[in-house]
Structures are given as C-alpha cells and as structure tokens.
Design a protein around this ligand. Structure first.
Ligand code: SF4
Length: 84
C-alpha cells in the first residue's frame, strides 16, 4: 500500500459521508486512490498545486478533468460539474 501523504488532512471523507453517509463510497475512494494510487486522484493533483487545505471537499478523486478549472478559479463550484 502507498498511503497518500494528504490522508490526515484531506476532506474527501467529509463530503462522501454527507452523501447519505455512504460508508461504501469512502471504502471505494480509499481503496481506489488513498491507499493504492493517490497520484491519480484529482484532489491530490489539486493539492499539490494549492495545498490540500484549499481543495474543496466536493472535488471528488475521480474528477481529474476539474483540476485545471479549479486551479484557474479556486472558487469553482464543482457541484455543478460532471464527473470526469
Ligand atoms: S482523496 Fe486523494 S488527496 Fe485525499 S487522501 Fe485520498 S488520495 Fe489523498
């Protein structure tokens, strides 16, 4: 396993848990990204540029296509965007 260096600070769990407290979603995120291949994660990519604390909790790991837009405008409302 390769634990993401952002794991303790990342807010992705907060958002996933708000989605009807989807424990299964958190499990999938962690086993697809956080514990396995964090370099593919959109949040990791955005965090590398602006700091993980500034990545909005609603930017999902699968939204790699949102990273560039987010970096241009950190206030981007990712809720309106489709998953990449
Ligand atoms: S969601 Fe992405 S940035 Fe956050 S801990 Fe997991 S791999 Fe790291």
């Amino acid at each position: 396993m390769y634990l993401c260096p952002n794991h303790k600070k990342c807010k992705v769990k907060l958002f996933a848990e708000k989605l009807n407290n989807m424990a299964g979603m958190v499990y999938l995120i962690e086993h697809e990204f956080c514990f396995v291949n964090y370099e593919r994660c959109a949040r990791f990519k955005a965090g590398r540029k602006v700091g993980i604390e500034k990545v909005p909790e609603n930017l999902f790991p699968t939204q790699a296509g949102m990273v560039d837009e987010f970096l241009k405008n950190p206030d981007t409302d990712t809720k309106k965007k489709k998953t990449a």
